[in-house]
Unconditional design. Structure first.
Length: 548
């Protein structure tokens, strides 16, 4: 036994067991998050019950828990004798939807209070632009020509497709025409103010500006007339539905995004529907205070932020590491710099956010506004949180990681490779550029992987320097300069925090927290796998030169 302990085998097994437990825990957590998030898009069956008072109840079973009977007030009056004898009773959380009618999305009832559970095939789920889903039965489609009650499903699909096309025309009119004209008006206003500040504004120039503004206003009025016509067309048709209380309700067709009959769907139909819902989650904009809809702006903002941060941090981190390892002498100053770099890696991220807000936003951004955007003041351009300052803040936050990883890679390069290059007549800069850096490139990419993994999940500093709950537009559009670094943006990490803790309907939005968390992990893993593939390729390429 003593020889076995002395051989070190127990520590090998202990280390292997710890690694295995860690991997199983991480994979189990990811599977749990993925399961809870992705099952949200699966069409759950719609049930219909009768309560103790004989009233109908319609909804989806959201969750079920067991409650001790002694914790229920008046249990002897509410529960049967056999349930009281068992000592516990099931409590159902039922999603009844129809928030605009009932005021709540969920009701909680004891299982014995529900009777005659059925799954009628004609129960429909209506996905709406606001107010959440609607559960009920379709009665008729009301058009300007009258109500239609025959062949409703086929007709409703065609009408929803037409509504979607009309909605796209409205969005195109707003994006391409109205916003473009407003941008021209703003550009003219700023140009006129710039001329006024420079003392170059004459009466003739003022009259010319007024003429151009008048022309743009005429075009705006024409575009708004087209927009009003499209909106009137969109609101001309309504759907008559019946809720669980038997009351008739009219819902404008412009509020309906999709509909399906969950109790009348085969497994293949459910799989197709699930795929469509997942795609809409990835490609649509958020709705209802981020508690419904998609997360495309957050995905776009996260990926764009990481890319810009990587472009900023990699050259700076590599230059610092090369200077410290290849050029700087090993004296007190360089040792102090290395200690400072290591200590920076342990600074809380919120401190970087405060630094970014004070230095980047207020100091540098305010100076840029004073020098180049004086005509916009007092409205700030770069003197307010935005994408550029968020990327710079994360670049400073992840800089120690890149420096340490690059310097470790430079340490592993054999001295003979440098001496051989110098012996053949190459200068130190040529040796560095053609021999040392290519051999150290796998370590540089490793630093990038670590930087991306940390930056993509950071939320606290971004709340101070650029991220917002809901961005009105993406940082990239068709207007010059196309990439707008001064704009605020959405981020998956902040989206998770907002939906999980700040939304007014947390219970309904909880599955979206799991779905968005799983998506954030997927985005980070995807970015890391791309960098890992590049690193492995470079490692194989330079292995013959002595790289590990």
């Amino acid at each position: 036994m003593f020889k076995w302990l002395k051989s070190g085998a127990p520590w090998v097994w202990l280390t292997g067991g710890a690694v295995s437990i860690s991997l199983i825990s991480v994979l189990g957590l990811l599977l749990l998050i993925g399961w809870k998030g992705l099952t949200y898009f699966w069409p759950a069956p719609l049930y219909q019950w009768q309560d103790d008072n004989g009233k109908a109840l319609m909804g989806q079973i959201y969750s079920k828990s067991w409650v001790p009977t002694h914790n229920i007030p008046d249990a002897d009056k509410l529960l049967p004798t056999e349930v009281l004898a068992a000592g516990k009773v099931g409590r159902l959380s039922i999603k009844v939807a129809n928030r605009d009618l009932y005021g709540v999305d969920f009701v909680s009832l004891l299982a014995p209070q529900l009777k005659l559970q059925t799954t009628p095939a004609d129960l429909v789920v209506l996905e709406r632009t606001r107010g959440g889903d609607f559960f009920g039965r379709i009665i008729a489609l009301k058009t300007p020509d009258g109500a239609i009650t025959t062949d409703l499903n086929t007709l409703l699909k065609l009408e929803i497709q037409q509504v979607k096309l009309t909605r796209e025309q409205i969005d195109d009119t707003i994006q391409r025409k109205i916003r473009g004209l407003n941008h021209q008006l703003e550009a003219l206003r700023l140009k006129q103010r710039r001329d006024s500040l420079n003392g170059e504004l004459s009466e003739e120039l003022t009259h010319r500006y007024e003429q151009q503004v008048s022309i743009i206003h005429q075009q705006l009025n024409q575009s708004e007339g087209e927009l009003d016509a499209l909106r009137n067309e969109l609101s001309s048709k309504t759907l008559i539905v019946e809720d669980m209380r038997g009351e008739k309700v009219e819902i404008g067709l412009n509020r309906i995004l999709d509909f399906w009959y969950p109790n009348n769907m085969s497994f293949a139909d459910k799989l197709v529907h699930w795929s469509g819902q997942v795609w809409k989650f990835l490609s649509d904009d958020p709705r209802e205070s981020n508690s419904e809809g998609g997360v495309f702006p957050a995905i776009f903002g996260t990926v764009l932020l990481v890319i810009i941060m990587s472009i900023m941090v990699m050259p700076l981190g590599v230059l610092v590491a090369v200077y410290l390892h290849e050029y700087a002498e090993n004296n007190a100053l360089t040792r102090m710099i290395r200690v400072g770099v290591i200590n920076l890696a342990g600074v809380p991220s919120i401190v970087y956010g405060v630094f970014g807000l004070g230095f980047f936003v207020y100091t540098i951004g305010g100076s840029i506004d004073s020098l180049f955007y004086a005509e916009r003041l007092p409205a700030p351009t770069f003197g307010t949180p935005g994408l550029l300052w968020s990327a710079l803040t994360l670049a400073i936050l992840t800089l120690p990681v890149v420096i340490v990883a690059t310097e470790e890679g430079l340490n592993r390069i054999p001295v003979s490779a440098r001496h051989g290059s110098l012996a053949l007549g190459a200068t130190q800069s040529e040796t560095l550029w053609r021999i040392v850096l290519p051999m150290a490139s796998p370590a540089i990419i490793t630093g990038l992987i670590l930087a991306v993994a940390r930056a993509a999940g950071e939320v606290a500093p971004l709340m101070l320097v650029g991220v917002v709950k809901l961005a009105s537009s993406l940082p990239i559009d068709s207007q010059f300069p196309f990439l707008h670094l001064e704009r605020k943006f959405m981020h998956l990490g902040f989206h998770i925090y907002d939906v999980g803790f700040q939304t007014s309907n947390i219970e309904a939005a909880r599955p979206l927290v799991y779905a968005t968390s799983f998506l954030l992990v997927t985005v980070v893993v995807g970015l890391n796998l791309t960098a890992i593939a590049i690193r492995n390729n470079l490692r194989e390429k330079y292995r013959t030169l002595g790289q590990d």
